[in-house]
Design a protein around this ligand. Sequence first.
Ligand SMILES: NC(=O)c1ccc[n+]([C@@H]2O[C@H](COP(=O)([O-])OP(=O)(O)OC[C@H]3O[C@@H](n4cnc5c(N)ncnc54)[C@H](OP(=O)(O)O)[C@@H]3O)[C@@H](O)[C@H]2O)c1
Length: 178
Amino acid sequence: MIITGRDQNKLTSAKKLYPSLVTIKSDVADETDAVSLFYDVKALGGIDILYNNAGVGVKPSNLGISGSKHLENAIYETNINYFGVIRLNNLFLDMLKSRPEGAIINTTSLLSYVPSLQEASYSATKTALAFYTRSLREHLRIIKSTLKVFELLPPLVATELTAGRDEKKMSTEVLFKG
Ligand SMILES: NC(=O)c1ccc[n+]([C@@H]2O[C@H](COP(=O)([O-])OP(=O)(O)OC[C@H]3O[C@@H](n4cnc5c(N)ncnc54)[C@H](OP(=O)(O)O)[C@@H]3O)[C@@H](O)[C@H]2O)c1
């Protein structure tokens, strides 16, 4: 298994816990990083499953009150949550299509169905991703590709992303046990 992320310290900690992991520092919002990741993964023999998990949400703000951060925050979220997925899928598509059991997993959110007032632009990025995911699946079916496309819709889980929220959260352990 190969994992990626922007923070080398997090990758090093994960590697300490699970020594068989391969870690590659890479930012999905950065085209050069993404291309370099593709060639590194190819050199390692390629992958069967691309799991697009990277996602960010910025602190909520009232969009009805002019603010210098509205556009900046929305661009930051969209570059990672939406364009980041399209960027990686596009790079890895031919590799994944060549695999007998290739798959793409895109991580959307319940907030892609129920827009969050508090996290309005985060919700919007996840809705865009959900629509793209369904279209990609259908387009692959039309061209008779065996590549599968899954949409993972996590509930509210206690992670760094949700650290500032007071609502009841599921632990990561419970989520993975099912
Ligand atoms: N937690 C929830 O309640 C919840 C609910 C629904 C959906 N989700 C979705 O689940 C996914 C995982 O979120 P999480 O809750 O586990 O949040 P998290 O603990 O903050 O983890 C986010 C992960 O994404 C990576 N990441 C962020 N930006 C990146 C970038 N530009 N390039 C590469 N990696 C990047 C982070 O690594 P670095 O910081 O090292 O880059 C980190 O490993 C996200 O897509 C999120 O939207 C979460």
